[in-house]
Design a protein around this ligand. Structure first.
Ligand code: KIV
Ligand code: ZN
Length: 525
């Protein structure tokens, strides 16, 4: 009954590793990382373009938004397999099957908990009932597609005999990929590798399906565990861009892929990822979610290729290999000679954007970014790539917004009340408001809220300097929560208060999009 695929059973169980990206599902599930449909589609396109084999686009039963996202990603993506998650119930599986109808290559990923703790307390089911649910769910999923993945949730803490019985049952029922998650990030590389070896040794048919690793980073071992599983026979790894995901996150795709590229002596495996697209994907995700990666994060952190100490700089000048184990170019960073300043024209700006990985910027966003670049160049001595990235991210985020920033005036300081006067364009109409607050940022947010009334609570207000120096641009992230939905907005500007206003407006625009899904409503007061 098995039709070869899952990448022709990972090129007949050779050294090919399938990269399964779950940024849009496990990643999006983490607090503050929710994305709207347009954002998900943007990310899906980038993942597809960078050679991801499987994109897990969401959990269709979870909400109408998730259903729609899986449906649209399924229609949009043409190279990658598109997966939808489903629990072991007929409703979940049918909903996933429905959402995946338009996919060129659909996969249903169904799961049920198998560890003693989860079965007793979470499912309140006896092991035999769980085993039957495995058979029923996989059998039903196969009616919708030949490509069915099955996961024993909390697999790494499942009793070995029961794990083997359930895996065998899933394979017999037609699963083509068996994913064994370390759901709570408890396993060590040795434990996790041993599970894969055991399954290959004890379960009939395990060598005919793809075994998959799905790891969480609670002990900081997610990537190490995924690589250990591959060494033990897994031929699919489940991961996310920037390692976003539940709690401490999932295994970071860029780290797994670059470990394989950089240490083929230890990891003699190949995958289809175009590593030069890594930075682009990482930046896009950060700008969409507002989750900036920590500066010292492996591969994509701002300092990952920076050499500050004199000894290191001296070594680098003599031979890059002294302190660099991979080139910045290999992950999509450029060592550009194109220095930008106030005399740079449109062509140079466009070329610089291409170098920085922004090939798909729309006309409006380009015009806006170019104008703001010119303004910045008038005020700031040196323009760094980071400045341009912040500007363009900001302009792209604003491309199709209903509320637009026009201008801001603020009274701040220790003498008198702090007040803000804001002018916005709302659905094409110019409106203004003036009010005070406990500090200038509070005054700005109050003034905006007068024009766009809402019930959302501010969960996060964060300011980063894009570069060094007192003339650095500010990049502000704002996170708002309304009725259990979280949205993040970003703003960048050489004026921290303008950046704050832009970030708040960006978050409100996203909130409106979410609200409109349930009931289109008038916008302003
Ligand atoms: O961590 C986990 O167990 C999961 C499953 C749904 C695969 O995300
Ligand atoms: Zn997970």
């Amino acid at each position: 009954m098995t039709t070869e695929t899952p990448a022709a059973v990972a090129e007949r169980q050779g050294d090919r590793v399938i990269i399964f990206d779950t940024t849009l599902r496990d990643g999006e599930q983490s607090p503050g990382c929710s994305m709207n449909l347009e954002e998900k589609l943007k990310i899906a396109r980038v993942l597809d373009e960078m050679g991801v084999d499987v994109i897990e686009a969401g959990f269709p039963i979870a909400s109408n938004g998730d259903f729609e996202a899986v449906q649209e990603v399924a229609k949009t993506v043409r190279n990658a397999v598109v997966a939808g998650l489903a629990r072991a119930t007929a409703r979940d599986i049918e909903r996933a099957g429905e959402a995946l109808k338009g996919a060129a290559r659909p996969r249903i990923h169904t799961f049920i908990s198998t560890s003693p703790l989860h079965m007793k307390y979470k499912l309140q089911m006896e092991p035999d009932a769980v085993l039957q649910a495995v058979i029923d769910s996989v059998t039903l999923a196969r009616r919708f597609t030949d490509d069915v993945e099955w996961s024993p949730e909390d697999g790494s803490r499942t009793e070995p005999d029961f794990l083997c019985r359930t895996v065998e049952a899933a394979i017999k029922a037609g699963a083509t990929t068996i994913n064994i998650p370390d759901t709570v990030g408890y396993a060590t590389p040795e434990d996790y590798a041993a599970i894969f070896r055991m399954v290959l040794e004890r379960v009939p048919g395990a060598d005919k399906v793809i075994l998959s690793a799905h790891t969480h980073n609670d002990l900081g071992l997610a990537v190490a565990n995924a690589l250990a599983a591959v060494q033990a026979g897994a031929r699919q790894v489940e991961c996310t861009i920037n390692g976003i995901g539940e709690r401490a996150g999932n295994a970071a795709m860029e780290e797994i892929v670059m470990a394989m590229r950089t240490r083929p002596d230890k990891y003699p495996f190949h995958n289809r990822i175009v590593t030069q697209n890594i930075m682009k994907a990482s930046r896009l995700l950060s700008s969409v979610t507002g989750f900036q990666v920590q500066p010292n994060k492996a591969i994509v952190g701002a300092n990952a290729f920076a050499h500050e100490s004199g000894i290191h700089q001296d070594g680098m000048l003599k031979h890059a290999g002294t302190y660099e184990i991979m080139t910045p170019e290999s992950v999509g960073l450029t060592r550009s000679n194109l220095v930008m300043g106030k005399h740079s024209g449109r062509n140079a700006f466009r070329t610089k954007l291409r170098e920085l990985g922004f090939d798909d910027i729309g006309d409006n966003a380009f015009q806006d970014a170019f104008q703001r670049f010119k303004d910045l160049a008038d005020r700031k001595k040196e323009i760094f790539d980071e400045d341009i990235i912040a500007l363009v991210d900001d302009s792209m985020a604003r491309d199709s917004e209903r509320i637009r920033f026009v201008s801001l005036g603020v009274m701040a300081g220790s003498i008198g009340a702090q007040t803000a006067q804001i002018v916005l364009e709302i659905d094409g109409e110019t409106k203004w408001s003036q009010t005070s607050g406990s500090g200038p940022v509070d005054a700005i947010f109050n003034a905006i809220s007068q024009l766009v009334p809402h019930e959302a609570k501010l969960q996060l207000y964060q300011v980063n300097a894009v570069t060094g120096g007192t003339d650095a641009q500010a990049e502000v992230t704002v996170r708002l929560e309304e009725a259990g939905k979280t949205v993040a907005g970003q703003g960048a500007d050489y004026d921290t208060l303008v950046a704050s206003a832009r970030a708040y407006i960006h978050a409100l625009n996203k909130l409106l999009t979410k609200r409109e899904k349930s009931a289109p409503a008038a916008l302003s007061a």
